[in-house]
Design a protein around this ligand. Structure first.
Ligand code: NAP
Ligand code: G4F
Length: 329
């Protein structure tokens, strides 16, 4: 049985990846960080709360050498990161340490422990393309304009450097934005679906956003985790763009969500500069020809279905919230 180790297992992607690997027969291990509140809600249905064998405490600030040594995994998926672009402007040095050097710490661990059979996946990001005009593919220049994008670029190059210099099977997936019912609530899509559903049920009046003109290529995390797994099953380590190839403005996402709920978004949306970034990435649209041709991957969930899945989920959540509010009087 193959052993997989996932950092960031409590996040959106980590939870979908765990489900996928378990369904493929893997023995799945995960690294979680200690928090004063419970941070395992996305994996509570996957791992028992007392499963200390598979779920271990660790932090990318510290490195995970002891965990690597004890598990000796066949595959390491580095999904952990300070993943919020706007927040990275507020904590840039921390972001560089976790999102950038964190990946390097794992690669160094694999090298020093001489884990020759261990493959490494790095969760690289389209944010590394920054202000490079779309469409972006593996040959497009990187022009990051956020501390997060800069940190991800360090991790991307570290992954290539360890592949070239030490013959480690180390690959980058350069993933464009992917969302889901499990997306963190401060990312724009989830903020919109959750906010719109709460407005529909009278739990809030307005929704305040930042830049409505930004263009993003949005897919579903479940589809993208299939690509992530395929990247490590390839016959050689390599780098792949993962994207749908179709982009929409934030305004179009808003409009689709409110239309699905039979509401006119113009009555409810406000704009505030506090949600804008010092530098904006105007347009991300991926050209995923390489992974489509080489690994035969393609996304199954389109924009309309993504909106439906997220709104249906958040409407149920809002109904529960409304019921609790009513019971409390
Ligand atoms: P996410 O939901 O924010 O999950 C991030 C994970 O990293 C969480 O499990 C978090 O733990 C963990 N983490 C944060 N700081 C850590 C630290 N110091 N040590 C150990 N773990 C730490 O992000 P996601 O959307 O699943 O994305 C997964 C990865 O793909 C990230 O690296 C992200 O940057 C990258 N990426 C995402 C997208 C996208 O559109 N979603 C696109 C390209 C690349 P807690 O649960 O305790 O916070
Ligand atoms: O949802 P976002 O915060 O995602 P962003 O910045 O594109 O980053 C996400 O995708 C990256 C891949 O390209 C990942 F690497 C990264 O980890 C993360 O998952 O914002 C999307 C767009 C931006 O242009 C932002 O300015 O939406 C705009 N936006 C407008 N109003 C807003 C808001 N973003 C947020 N978070 N909140 C707003 O109120």
């Amino acid at each position: 049985m193959k052993k997989a180790l996932i950092t960031g297992i409590t996040g959106q992607d980590g939870s979908y990846l765990s489900e996928l690997l378990l369904s493929e027969g893997y023995d799945v291990y995960g690294v979680i960080r200690r928090a004063s509140t419970i941070n395992t809600s996305r994996i509570d249905d996957i791992f028992a709360p007392d499963d200390k064998k598979h779920i271990m405490f660790g932090d990318l600030a510290d490195g995970i050498d002891d965990i690597l040594y004890s598990i000796q995994p066949d595959e390491v998926y580095n999904m952990a990161s300070m993943s919020h672009v706007k927040v990275s402007f507020e904590i840039p040095v921390y972001t560089a340490d976790i999102t950038g050097i964190g990946a390097l710490r794992i690669l160094e661990g694999i090298r020093k422990l001489n884990l020759k059979h261990t493959k490494f996946y790095q969760a690289s990001s389209s944010e590394m393309f920054g202000i490079t005009p779309p469409p972006q593919n593996e040959n497009s220049p990187f022009n990051p304009v956020s501390p997060y994008g800069c940190a991800k670029l360090l991790a991307y190059h570290a992954t290539r450097t360890y592949r070239l210099g030490y013959n480690i099977f180390a690959s980058n997936g350069i993933l464009f934005n992917h969302e889901s019912e499990r997306r963190g609530m401060t990312f724009v899509t989830r903020k919109i679906t959750r906010g719109a559903c709460r407005i529909k049920l009278g739990l809030q009046d307005k929704l305040t956003l930042g830049n409505l003109d930004a263009l993003r290529d949005w897919g579903h995390s479940r589809d993208y985790m299939k690509a992530v797994h395929l990247i490590l099953q390839h016959d050689k380590p390599d780098d792949f763009v993962v994207a749908t190839g179709i982009y929409h403005t934030v305004k179009e996402f808003v409009s689709a969500v409110f239309a699905y709920l039979d509401m006119d978004w113009k009555e409810f949306i406000l704009s505030d500069d506090k949600y804008k970034r010092p530098n904006e990435v105007p347009a991300l649209q991926g050209d995923a020809t390489k992974i489509r041709n080489t690994l035969k991957w393609k996304p199954e969930i389109d924009f309309k279905m993504l909106v439906k899945l997220m709104v249906d989920h958040d409407l149920e959540e809002a109904k529960k919230e409304a019921l609790i509010k009513e019971m409390k009087g």
